[in-house]
Design a binder for this molecule. Structure first.
Ligand SMILES: C[S@@+](CC[C@H](N)C(=O)[O-])C[C@H]1O[C@@H](n2cnc3c(N)ncnc32)[C@H](O)[C@@H]1O
Length: 174
């Protein structure tokens, strides 16, 4: 309790998105597919059949959604400026869930902790979204640095088992 920083968090303001723009997000980097190219081609064919507002990245494909994270300028700045790899470019939906949770948590007492922080891309995205140098909480990052290609491998499974495998590989994700 005594360690609680009384510094007020600097909360990002949400602007009004342009009404004539429906953002899409397409970064064909994913995990757990037998043939990554064939899978990306299949989804590209599916995208041609759906309404705009699609999102395909980080093992997530959806459409007719507003991709509202891309309308949050403070978040987009924080996310983009911390991209270190192609997967980081794709991982935006999960980053925004994290950033929105952090938006609420930063208004509560206590430190932040990320278990499995690796190089700190997620941590730094949260910190930058919530004030950068003025981020008012202590943020602890832990990692065993055991990340290997195991998390990124193409699993030797059939396409029909792909969905199940995507679920299984989820435990490799942050
Ligand atoms: C997929 S990376 C996540 C990177 C980061 N969370 C991000 O979003 O950019 C998973 C990380 O978790 C770490 N990890 C796995 N098990 C762990 C454990 N028991 N304790 C600490 N770190 C662990 C791995 O070393 C790896 O770097």
């Amino acid at each position: 309790m005594g360690l609680f920083s009384r510094k007020k968090p600097k909360l990002p303001k949400l602007g009004s998105p342009p009404l004539n723009r429906l953002p899409v997000h397409f970064v064909p980097v994913f995990w757990g597919c037998k043939n990554a190219q064939a899978f990306a081609d299949s989804v590209s064919a599916a995208i041609a059949q759906v309404e705009p507002g699609y999102h395909f990245a980080d093992n997530l494909f959806t459409w007719s959604r507003n991709n509202s994270m891309l309308d949050d300028e403070a978040f987009v700045q924080a996310w983009r400026s911390n991209i270190e790899s192609k997967p980081d470019e794709g991982i935006v939906w999960r980053r925004y869930i994290l950033a929105c949770a952090a938006y609420h948590c930063v208004q509560l007492e206590g430190d932040f902790v990320e278990c499995g922080a690796y190089t700190g891309v997620a941590m730094k995205t949260v910190i930058d979204y919530l004030g950068g140098p003025e981020f008012p909480r202590r943020f602890w990052g832990y990692d065993l640095f055991e990340r290997t290609t195991r998390c990124l491998r193409t699993a030797p499974i059939s396409n029909s088992a792909c969905a199940r495998n995507l679920h299984n590989t989820r435990r490799c994700a942050s």
